[in-house]
Design a protein around this ligand. Structure first.
Ligand code: PLP
Length: 420
């Protein structure tokens, strides 16, 4: 039940997910995570939903009325899942997660489509990634399909009210997490865990700004990391564990003070480009030979998170940004998609030689957001931004993904949530 197959689980490929499922073995007396055992107790004290793009939404503290909770114990396995009123957790001051970072989480959104339907975007990938992260920090295994069922059951309860059909184009952020919540000060794998799912009102960070504040200049400004690194070979940068985030806040806050939105995390003495803040990072450039490429850091070195938006960008670009594609608009060139280790020195050289076409970040929180500048070794590189608001490729990829999320395009990645 608590089996670890971290090696096979670092990528969200079909084989990785299959391997993940295989680790969920029936052990005598140990119960699997089972969504069919779910009980639902609705709150008698429902809350008002916030206005779209209000301060309350920008504060990112308002959760919906309910939450999912499932307890795991090493002697019995997974207990029956519950949906109950949203509220605080209680735990011992010597709970494992408070001391040894035995915790992991996911982030995905649920969208109210323009066709009135509620959709998740590739939730199977998030569920598989949570399993991988859980195993990386010695937390229990589970069948990711059962987690997806729980998420859908939760959204059936809170979705219709919090994303009313009268608000097409809106979304909520969903945060599933697993924590070692037992009282365990001993330095050992947790014997008790809690899986929970909450949903949070969340602003559109990719295209709006807080009411009353001046509209943001388009494009993110990135500060390339200096001596600080986010992840390293043999570490856990590929897992979505809290231990990757807290230590990165120091550089992030320093960047904010100097007017930058995110840190572009570099690695090694050759300044390898990895990812940016809580997003993956892409550049579009022309090679010295004149070939146009979409380049992003690879997964196999296990430094970066296997972002679901990243994966989707790579897959869509490989399918649609090709020679003769009907999707290529105006004078856009096909792109070769390259996942490889590349350095800030190469990026700077392309910039100097006028070969840099655009750069953007991808992720659930920032979606697809163009980058307007990168500060590297005290020099600011101004990144081309197409029409001034976004590079053309970033804008096209963003539109394709939005169409899938909001039901303008029927696609297997847009998974409809049953509300009846
Ligand atoms: N990289 C990091 C470190 C992240 O926290 C995230 C957000 O989850 C991403 C990349 C983007 O991943 P996704 O596209 O799955 O949101």
């Amino acid at each position: 039940m608590n089996g670890h197959t971290v090696e096979s689980l670092t990528h969200l490929t079909d084989s990785g997910i299959d391997a993940a499922k295989k680790t969920v073995q029936d052990e005598p007396g140990m119960k699997e995570l089972d969504a069919s055992k779910l009980t639902v107790t609705k709150t008698s004290n429902p809350r008002e939903i916030p206005e779209v793009n209000s301060h309350e939404v920008w504060d990112m503290k308002t959760c919906t009325d309910h939450m999912v909770m499932v307890t795991w114990t090493s002697d019995a396995g997974w207990h029956a899942p519950e949906i109950k009123q949203y509220g605080p957790l209680t735990m011992s001051p010597i709970a494992s997660c408070l001391h040894y970072a035995t915790q992991c989480f996911e982030g995905l959104k649920v969208y109210r489509g323009y066709d009135g339907k509620l959709r998740l975007f590739r939730p199977d990938k998030n569920c598989a990634r949570l399993l991988m992260s859980s195993q990386r920090v010695a937390l229990p295994s589970f069948d990711p399909l059962e987690l997806e069922k729980l998420m859908k059951a939760f959204l059936k309860v809170d979705g219709p009210k919090w994303l009313p059909k009268s608000r097409p184009g809106t979304f909520l952020y969903i945060r599933p997490a697993v924590i070692g919540n037992g009282a365990e000060i001993g330095v050992t794998a947790p014997a008790e865990a809690l899986l929970f799912i909450v949903a949070v009102a969340w602003p559109d960070l990719s295209s709006s700004s807080r009411p009353g504040s001046p509209p943001r200049a388009p494009g993110l400004k990135l500060l390339a990391s200096k001596s600080d690194v986010r992840a390293w070979p043999g570490g856990f940068g590929y897992a979505k564990v809290g231990a990757n985030y807290g230590p990165a806040f120091v550089a992030h806050m320093e960047g904010r003070k100097s007017g930058y939105d995110q840190i572009l995390w570099l690695l090694g003495s050759d300044f390898q480009v990895t990812e940016a803040g809580a997003s993956n990072f892409f550049v579009v450039w022309k090679t010295k030979e004149g070939k146009e490429q979409l380049v992003t850091a690879p997964l196999d070195s296990k430094i970066i998170l296997d972002g679901i938006t990243r994966r989707s960008v790579v897959e869509l670009a490989r399918e649609r940004l090709v020679e003769g594609s009907k999707h290529l608009v105006s004078d856009m060139q096909p792109l070769e998609v390259v996942e490889r280790t590349y350095t800030m020195i190469e990026l700077e050289e392309a910039w100097k030689e006028g070969r840099l076409i655009e750069a953007f970040v991808s992720g659930t929180a920032y979606f697809i957001t163009p980058c307007s500048a990168i500060n590297f070794r005290e020099k600011e590189l101004d990144i081309p931004m197409g029409d001034g608001t976004s590079g053309y490729y970033a804008a096209l990829l963003k539109k394709w993904l939005n169409d899938i999320k909001y039901g303008n395009e029927s696609h297997e990645w847009g998974v409809v949530v049953d509300e009846d």
